[in-house]
Ligand binder design. Structure first.
Ligand SMILES: Cc1cc2nc3c(=O)[nH]c(=O)nc-3n(C[C@H](O)[C@H](O)[C@H](O)COP(=O)(O)OP(=O)(O)OC[C@H]3O[C@@H](n4cnc5c(N)ncnc54)[C@H](O)[C@@H]3O)c2cc1C
Length: 485
């Protein structure tokens, strides 16, 4: 496809809210200087009841910064508030755009939406080009020998880690935006000023765990590489310490490019002569690979979004007791490490990975609640919610996912003893228990008088009993499956 210097290309941003290291945007700029960004506030997503206010606050902040960066690069970022299927072809037609470019996504909703939008644009005579950007390796690049997608992480990691990674893409610069008369046409075709999260009905008054935008994400990456990366393997497990990058929201919304993140690890590796640092870098890179593993899985098996992957869990007799579920959501189960974690998520909008595993195991294996309830609650609360990572994390914790491990059940007290040995994390998020002995906080065995004094609930279930029950029901399910074959 040939482009001339005056052809207008609209670049549709979705989960790539940056002008730096953006594959599709960099290619658009190579084709023509007249590249204008578009973001569509999609009512189907906004009104679906699953948007966390913290996430909306972060996203709007990213869009605000993105608008500023577009202006500095000589162009504009246009905002629409309508279904992309209607809004994009309308705008592109009114502006006589030559093409609309975007970066591909793995999620089922995005993929079917993109197909429809592409068809509508092409029917109006507008070109469409889409690129892989949010992954270091696209799904078709990493396949097992049989040409099938991997369903187990270790061989995926071997293949993924051995491949050469792309370097960061050129930042948009010296672009041309819309002329004033074209801007007037854009406004008649649905372009609006960027609303606030509150305008859209989402109120988040606490501080954000990560400031929005590319600048903040780059600063966070630099600080992490300077300090915590070198001790990641050990420190990542302690929720009271800032031992992880907390870049998850930036990676979810693409405030930072994944090639930029990888290049930062290469720079640290090149400067380091110690095997220990290299091991730490490798461990962090493995987390980036988990992110890609789950996205590839969602791309290959979209039904993962609907429920359990493994047979015994498709018909597992969960009890889904609403009172238990509510106590879990509110951080009132009587298990201090579980409650601290849930209250961290409810108030901060982010939860440490170790605690995500603890609370997920507890909901499914102690409370007998289907992981889909927990998955949805995380969707409504997390700043970094990502369909693939969240689904992958929940299915891993519920043992219902594709990477089968022996039935693993987290014991809250042992987890607290190992990973919050001084009770710092528990004290931070359960202020009513601050005065208690550390031993009580960790074991969760709190005398009735103390509990009453602190206004803290009794444990809603007995962990040992529930663990035995879960194992027994699991064996029964496996037996039923075997008989049915
Ligand atoms: C039940 C459950 C639900 C989860 N839901 C989400 C979610 O909605 N969104 C999300 O981004 N992560 C999710 N995770 C994975 C993980 O908890 C977070 O990515 C991590 O806590 C983010 O913190 P960080 O940025 O400091 O991570 P770091 O430890 O610094 O890791 C770097 C990056 O790697 C990726 N990553 C790390 N661990 C994982 C993982 N296990 N799976 C996939 N990607 C990973 C993230 O993008 C993260 O930012 C979930 C895990 C579990 C067990």
């Amino acid at each position: 496809m040939q482009y001339t210097m005056t052809d207008l290309i609209l670049f549709w941003h979705r989960r790539d809210l940056r002008i730096a290291d953006n594959v599709g945007l960099a290619i658009a700029r190579q084709r023509s200087p007249k590249v204008v960004g578009v973001f569509c506030l999609d009512p189907e997503i906004l009104e679906g009841g699953d948007v966390a206010p913290v996430r909306m606050q972060y996203m709007i902040g990213c869009l605000q910064e993105l608008q500023e960066r577009y202006t500095a690069a000589g162009s504009q970022l246009l905002i629409l508030h309508n279904r992309p299927l209607q809004a994009l072809p309308e705008l592109a037609t009114a502006l006589k755009a030559k093409a609309v470019f975007w970066n591909k996504d793995v999620e089922p909703y995005s993929r079917s939406r993109d197909r429809e939008v592409a068809e509508a644009l092409r029917a109006s005579g507008i070109q469409v080009e889409a690129f892989w950007d949010q992954l270091l390796h696209a799904p078709q690049e990493i396949q097992a020998g049989s040409g099938q997608p991997y369903t187990v992480f270790t061989p995926f990691w071997r293949n993924w880690s051995n491949r050469t990674k792309a370097t960061p893409q050129a930042t948009l610069e010296n672009a041309q935006g819309l002329e004033p008369n074209e801007m007037a046409i854009a406004q008649q075709s649905g372009v609006i000023p960027l609303p606030t999260a509150k305008d859209l009905g989402f109120v988040w008054t606490n501080e954000l765990p990560l400031a929005p935008g590319t600048g903040a994400a780059e600063e966070r990456l630099e600080a992490f590489c300077d300090r915590a990366l070198g001790e990641y393997q050990e420190q990542r497990n302690y929720p009271a310490n800032p031992g992880t990058s907390q870049l998850s929201a930036a990676l979810k919304f693409g405030a930072i490019g994944v090639r930029t993140v990888w290049a930062a690890t290469v720079a640290v590796e090149e400067q380091s002569r110690s095997d220990e640092t290299r091991e730490n870098i490798k461990t962090w890179r493995q987390e980036l690979a988990w992110r890609e593993f789950y996205q590839h899985a969602m791309y290959a098996f979209p039904d993962l979004a609907k429920g359990a992957y493994r047979e015994p869990f498709k018909t597992f007799p969960y009890e889904n007791n609403p009172d238990f579920f509510q106590a879990w959501c509110d951080g009132k189960t009587g298990y201090p490490i579980v409650d601290a974690a849930m209250r961290q998520m409810n108030t901060v909008g982010w939860m440490h990975n170790r605690c995500r595993m603890i609370v997920a195991s507890f909901l499914v294996k102690d409370l007998f609640v289907n992981s889909q309830f927990g998955e949805r609650y995380f969707t409504q609360k997390l700043i970094d919610w990502d369909l693939s990572a969240n689904n992958g994390g929940w299915q891993w914790s519920a043992s219902s996912g594709m990477d089968p491990k022996p039935l693993r059940i987290f014991n809250p007290a042992s987890q607290a003893k190992k990973f919050d040995p001084e009770g710092e994390y528990i004290r931070e998020y359960l202020p009513e228990l601050r005065s208690l002995d550390t031993e009580m906080l960790i074991s969760g065995v709190i005398p009735v008088m103390e509990r009453d004094r602190c206004g803290y609930p009794a444990p809603i279930v007995n962990h040992n009993q529930q663990q035995g029950k879960f194992k027994a029901v699991y064996q029964q399910q496996k037996g039923l499956q075997a008989k049915a074959k």
